[in-house]
Design a protein around this ligand. Structure first.
Ligand code: SF4
Length: 364
């Protein structure tokens, strides 16, 4: 942070403190793993007065991927003619009994890629094998997965398939607000997701639930300003959705990305780890793309026997408890030996809490 930014940050914090004197206790939730990490890294929680509490929601796609999906991915990886392609942070996510890391150690072919489109080249080089991409993510990454399907179709690639578990953020926010255990007074809304779906997609928060929200970027100053805007709205009894990330987010979002997404996928009820099924919160491939859906081409019956553990990811992901309330936090469960998914991903709340702990305070 340069000296001008520090002056501005100090001003924001002073204004936040002044507004905090007018209210009781408020809880503001971020629902994006990148925001979670940015907040912890900058120590923003520690800059705020005690009655302004920041809590993390289900913003890490790896963390909300269900154990039955991981079990399925492992089952497919064990077939002789299969190569799994995936982002690196999926490897350590525990299924009900094992992980892709263990499957790889046992001989499964699992390749880490950086874009779903990389899977097309792998498919072309391995024409005798089935390449299965683990399509996990939110609206941010789903259009690229959809574009990969369309590109594979156009290029006549017939050995590339998707195992889909894409999720949608707005239905998860609705679920949180309908949950009596969850108490949130405002949302720091995910900038990356909003680039695709637009800030208007969050208007239901203000219209239907009277909860304000601010779409914002990922710099500490942007996050502080969003907190200030939320507090202004709360103290003035206003509920609106503000777009403070106008450099990249429009009201309507990226129409081309939405078109591709809707061409390939349709909404479906989806299972969120630790939370359960949420209506129309996932994406499944439309019937016309069934040739790319591994569950249609090669259905596998996989039994998931979820073990009861002391992991409290479900409550952490709903912002009901902080990771430190989990008895395993920092003891049995650490990033090098994660018990639950919230500790696996670098964007997981437990991992961020473990890594940054008290936070690195911005020196104002
Ligand atoms: S600390 Fe580990 S076991 Fe506890 S909630 Fe987080 S991921 Fe689960």
């Amino acid at each position: 942070m340069n000296s001008n930014e520090k002056i501005l940050a100090k001003k924001f914090v002073e204004e936040i403190n002044n507004l905090a004197k007018k209210i009781d206790h408020v809880r503001l939730m971020e629902v994006c793993g990148t925001h979670t990490v940015a907040i912890f890294r900058a120590g923003i929680r520690q800059l705020l007065p005690k009655n302004i509490e920041l809590v993390s929601g289900p913003g890490c796609p790896v963390c909300v991927t269900s154990d039955d999906y991981i079990d399925k991915a492992i089952a497919y990886s064990k077939l002789d003619d299969v190569i799994i392609t995936t982002f690196g942070d999926m490897l350590k996510v525990p299924g009900s009994n094992s992980s892709l890391t263990e499957a790889k150690a046992d001989g499964a072919e699992v390749e880490i890629i950086y874009s779903p489109l990389d899977s097309i080249e792998i498919a072309k080089k391995n024409s005798s094998k089935k390449i299965i991409f683990l399509a996990v993510g939110f609206e941010t990454t789903a259009p690229t997965a959809a574009a990969t399907v369309l590109a594979a179709k156009n290029q006549g690639v017939k050995n590339l398939f998707m195992l889909s578990s894409q999720k949608l953020v707005p239905p998860a926010l609705k679920m949180l607000l309908n949950d009596d255990e969850v108490n949130v007074n405002g949302f720091i809304l995910p900038g990356h997701v909003a680039v695709v779906i637009g800030s208007n997609a969050f208007k239901f928060l203000a219209n239907d639930y009277k909860i304000p929200g601010v779409v914002t970027g990922f710099e500490p100053l942007e996050i502080l300003r969003s907190i200030l805007q939320l507090l202004k709205m709360i103290t003035e009894n206003r509920s609106e959705i503000l777009n403070e990330y106008q450099s990249v987010v429009t009201d309507e979002g990226n129409q081309s990305a939405q078109k591709i997404l809707n061409q390939v996928y349709e909404p479906v009820n989806a299972n969120w780890r630790g939370i359960g099924e949420i209506d129309r919160s996932g994406l499944k491939m439309r019937d016309e793309f069934a040739d790319f859906d591994i569950e249609k081409i090669l259905p596998l019956k996989v039994e998931t026997l979820t073990k009861k553990t002391a992991c409290r990811c479900g409550e952490v992901l709903r912002g009901v408890i902080n990771p430190t309330s989990c008895p395993l936090f920092g003891k049995n469960c650490q990033p090098i030996h994660a018990i639950g998914p919230c500790m696996v991903s670098v964007e997981g709340v437990c991992a961020a809490w473990f890594k940054y702990g008290g936070g690195r305070l911005i020196n104002l």
